[in-house]
Design a protein around this ligand. Structure first.
Ligand code: ADP
Length: 426
């Protein structure tokens, strides 16, 4: 090959070479080493270490040029005997006169004369600084990633342990609430039983005692309501609340709920309206739980609407395909936008509830939301402070053929009762 071309390639590739004789004395030196000067970060002296300046490297010992090869004497001897084809020292790091680190690969082969006898060793010194630095940075980054991974693994372990502890505490809390609520229910039921027995004979009591009996009944009912809510919360949290979805007539359910709450509505002189088209389809829902949903919404409307207000319940089977939308609108105290964001959280009570002095544990809406969602529906609201609120829930429609007969029968009854479309005061 053209020697000038070889030189060009060696310089371009930053490769220096040296040939040592059998006594390891340098007899030829070339490549990049002939061009670079001491002022650059890369120099022949740097690449081939520090050859004696007076001889420009020629005649000096191999170990002066490449002290890294000290310790490889046995390999060098094997190479000179022809027992070793190549010796490689990879990524040897060196320092320039300016204190910078650079990396070289040192590769040595036996050097033959034209008759094929080994007359020395050819050494190639290749500048690997760029890839060395990259490799070093890569190794450093790999180490950092590994460190982060180790830290994440440790944190994960700690988190898992904390989670397990929290879950255990949560289970314990649910168990405690459930046991306490169960234990409270029996004595409450017997209190209510006796109170109702005494109520039957109220004439036998004077007005003060009759008032006491009514107060005891009201309070016992309230505690029973809270106890039942607590039990529901624990069942919902543990996923053990089961629903029996069956076809049901929502108009009938709304009427039942309204009838139950009629005494309280009357007490507050609140007017209740129902607006439902006669062909409201059957819903697929759990009847007692749907009653609970509507009771919660209606009793909230009742609690948070001042006297002589109005409440409207609408059933709409058209605005959302596959669902019946029930809305409960009141002309009550309304809910601020900040409170609306937290409304469905357990134990949350609005900042303006004091306006009505209505009592409550803040569980009704969170239970209602879970029940609605367990049935496949959703809940939302529109409300403005001091103007009133509308709560919407969706209940899936039932579209099974076997209910057609019952529906027709029901429709007949409804038309008879309320005409084509009803908007009636209860
Ligand atoms: P509770 O009524 O026992 O406080 P809920 O979970 O049923 O609990 O309701 C949570 C809060 O939502 C109530 O404390 C009240 O501030 C607000 N809220 C619910 N319904 C209405 C309504 N119709 N009008 C105004 N505020 C309401």
């Amino acid at each position: 090959m053209n020697p000038r071309l070889v030189d060009l390639i060696l310089k371009h590739r930053k490769v220096a070479y040296a040939i040592t004789d059998r006594n390891l004395k340098v007899c030829e030196i070339g490549g990049e080493s002939q061009l670079l000067t001491l002022s650059t970060s890369f120099s022949p002296q740097a690449t081939l270490h520090q050859p004696p300046a007076e001889a420009n490297g020629l005649g000096c010992s191999l170990f002066d040029l490449a002290p890294e090869m000290i310790g490889s004497e046995a390999d060098i001897e094997a190479m000179l005997r022809g027992d070793m084809p190549v010796l490689t020292l990879a990524s040897v790091n060196r320092e320039t006169g300016q204190g910078e680190t650079y990396y070289v690969n040192l590769v040595s082969w036996p050097y033959y004369d034209e008759q094929g006898a080994i007359v020395g060793i050819a050494h190639l010194v290749e500048d690997m600084t760029l890839s060395g630095h990259l490799e070093q940075r890569l190794t450093q980054q790999r180490n950092e990633v590994q460190l982060l991974r180790d830290q994440t693994a440790t944190q994960n372990l700690a988190l898992r342990a904390a989670n397990a502890e929290l879950r255990q505490m949560d289970e314990l809390k649910s168990k405690f609430v459930s046991v306490a609520a169960h234990e409270l229910r029996n004595p409450l039921a017997s209190i209510l039983g006796y109170v109702e027995l005494m109520e039957e004979d109220l004439e036998a009591l004077n007005e003060e005692h009759a008032h006491c009996i009514r107060t005891i009944k009201k309070s016992a009912r309230r505690v029973l309501g809270i106890t039942n809510d607590l039990l529901d919360v624990t069942r919902i949290e543990s996923g053990s609340l089961e629903l029996m979805l069956k076809p049901a007539n929502l108009v009938e359910i709304v009427e039942d709920v309204a009838n139950e709450l009629q005494p309280q509505l009357d007490e507050k002189k609140l007017q209740l309206f129902l607006d439902a088209t006669p062909d409201i389809p059957f819903a697929l829902c759990d009847r007692p739980r749907t009653m609970q949903i509507l009771t919660n919404l209606l009793s909230n409307a009742l609690k948070y609407t001042p006297e002589t207000g109005e409440i409207m319940i609408r059933l709409d089977a058209e605005s959302e395909e596959g669902f019946i939308v029930i809305s409960v609108t009141d002309t009550g105290i309304g809910i601020s936008p900040e409170d609306q964001a937290k409304l469905f959280k357990s134990f949350f009570r609005g900042s303006n509830t004091h306006l009505t002095r209505a009592s409550g544990a803040g569980l009704g809406l969170s239970i209602t939301k879970s029940l609605v969602e367990l049935q496949g529906g959703r809940i939302w609201l529109n409300s403005e402070l001091n103007q009133g609120s509308t709560f919407y829930v969706t209940i899936p429609t039932y579209d099974g053929g076997e209910m057609e007969e019952q529906r027709a029968e029901d429709r007949g009854q409804e038309t008879g009762d309320r005409g084509e479309s009803s908007s009636s005061a209860f």
